[in-house]
Design a protein around this ligand. Structure first.
Ligand code: SF4
Length: 358
C-alpha cells in the first residue's frame, strides 16, 4: 500500500531504533497530546522498542476524554425536551454524564441521532422544521473548522432551528498548563492533525517560555520513531525547538483558509478540561453575530458542577501523572464494553488504547 508501507518499512524502523538507542543518554519523558498518537504508539508497540531512558506519557489529547460531565449533562437536558433532537458523533453518546448517557436517554425514547458531521446535523434541522436540532461540537482545531462552516451555512440559509453546543478546545494553552503545574515533561510529541490546521507557530511559546522541544509527528511507526529521535537529539543537545517531522501533511503556516473560518465564527474563552480544570483561552465560543445558533445562549443550561465517577482517575491519566493500569477499575469493572470513565469510552482514550494493545 503506497504511502503506508514506506512508513512501516522494517529496515527504516531498525535504522531509526539504532539511532535512538545511540542518541539517548539521559532519562527523558515525552508526552503525546493527540488521541491518534496514543492509539498508534500502543498499537505499534513503540514503548517496548525504546531504551529504558525514554518514557512515553499520554496527555490530554482525546477530545471525548477532556470534555466534562457537565457538558454531557447539558446535552441530556436539551434532549429531555419534547421539541428537540440532539444530533451527535457516535463517540459522545456513550460518555457518562452525572446519571445517564445520551445512549441511555435514546433507549428511553429521547430523539438522539448519530451523525458523521455537523453538516449532517444541519440537514436534520432542515428536514425537521418543527424541532430544534442541537449539534454538540467537540474536538480540537481539527474538527472546529467543519463546525464553523456549518454555522456559516446555517446563517446563509437562514436556518432558524439549528443550534450548536460548543466544547471545541484549543490545544497549546493546555500544554502550557501541564508544564506550569510541574508535570515532568521534557518534550512534546505534537499532534499531527491539529497542526495541519494551525501550522507550527502555535508551539513556539512552549519552546520560548519553558525550553521544551516540540516535534509535530505523523502516525506511522517510522513517523513516530523519527519524531522521538528528533526530540531526543534536541534534549541531549539542550537545543529545544519546534520541528515538523510530519512534513507530508503539515506546513508551517497551517491551513490558512481553515484558520480564517475559525477566526470568522469563533472567539476564545476560558474552558474546562478534565484533569486540568479551567484553562484560560482554551475553548471556542461562537461570536456574538452567531449567537442565534448558540445553544448556551438560547436554552436554560444552568446545571450544578458534575462530580467525577468514584474511583476513576481519568484526570490524573490525562495529566500524565498516572497510567491506566494504576486505576483499580481498569480491565475489571471498567472495559470498552462497560466503560466507567471517558478515557475508556473513546477509541482514542488512553485507557481504551492500553486495554486493547498492552
Ligand atoms: Fe476511569 Fe476506567 Fe480509565 Fe479507570 S480505567 S481511569 S475508571 S476510564
Amino acid at each position: 500500500m503506497r504511502h503506508i508501507d514506506e512508513y512501516r518499512d522494517k529496515k527504516l524502523v531498525d535504522v531509526l531504533l539504532k539511532q535512538i538507542w545511540e542518541a539517548s543518554k539521559k532519562p527523558i519523558r515525552l508526552m503525546e497530546v493527540c488521541g491518534g498518537h496514543t492509539v498508534a504508539i500502543r498499537k505499534f508497540g513503540i514503548p517496548a522498542l525504546l531504551p529504558s531512558t525514554i518514557q512515553l506519557l499520554s496527555g490530554p489529547g482525546c477530545p471525548v476524554c477532556v470534555t466534562g460531565k457537565s457538558y454531557i449533562d447539558k446535552a441530556i437536558k436539551l434532549v429531555a425536551r419534547t421539541d428537540t433532537i440532539v444530533a451527535t458523533y457516535g463517540d459522545l453518546v456513550r460518555v457518562p454524564g452525572s446519571g445517564s448517557t445520551l445512549e441511555k436517554e435514546r433507549a428511553n425514547g429521547a430523539d438522539v441521532r448519530m451523525v458523521y458531521s455537523a453538516l449532517d446535523a444541519l440537514e436534520i434541522a432542515k428536514q425537521n422544521p418543527a424541532k430544534k436540532v442541537i449539534f454538540p461540537g467537540i474536538g480540537f482545531e481539527t474538527t472546529s473548522p467543519a463546525s464553523a462552516v456549518t454555522v456559516l451555512r446555517a446563517k446563509k440559509e437562514n436556518t432558524e432551528n439549528f443550534y450548536f453546543l460548543s466544547a471545541h478546545k484549543i490545544m497549546p494553552p493546555a500544554m502550557e498548563v501541564l508544564i506550569d503545574e510541574e508535570v515532568q515533561i521534557d518534550g512534546y510529541i505534537c499532534p499531527g492533525h491539529v497542526s495541519t490546521i494551525t501550522g507550527s507557530g502555535i508551539y513556539e511559546g512552549i519552546v520560548d517560555k519553558f525550553g521544551l522541544g516540540c516535534v509535530i509527528t505523523g502516525f506511522e511507526p517510522v513517523d513516530l520513531l523519527q519524531g522521538i529521535l528528533m526530540l531526543v537529539r534536541q534534549f541531549e543537545m539542550s537545543s529545544p525547538k519546534v520541528e515538523i517531522q510530519y512534513k507530508r501533511a503539515v506546513k508551517p503556516e497551517g491551513n490558512v483558509k481553515a484558520l480564517k473560518l475559525l477566526d470568522e465564527v469563533f472567539e476564545q474563552r476560558d474552558d474546562w478540561w478534565r484533569g486540568l480544570g479551567i484553562v484560560p483561552k482554551s475553548g471556542f465560543k461562537l461570536k456574538k453575530e452567531f449567537e442565534c445558533f448558540d445553544a448556551e445562549e438560547n436554552f436554560d443550561l444552568e446545571l450544578p458542577e458534575a462530580e467525577e465517577e468514584k474511583g476513576c482517575i481519568c484526570g490524573a491519566i490525562l495529566k500524565g501523572l498516572k497510567r491506566p493500569a494504576d486505576c483499580k477499575l481498569f480491565g475489571k469493572v471498567c472495559t470498552p464494553e462497560n466503560p466507567v470513565g471517558a478515557c475508556m469510552v473513546s477509541a482514542e482514550g488512553a485507557c481504551q488504547a492500553y486495554f486493547r494493545y498492552e
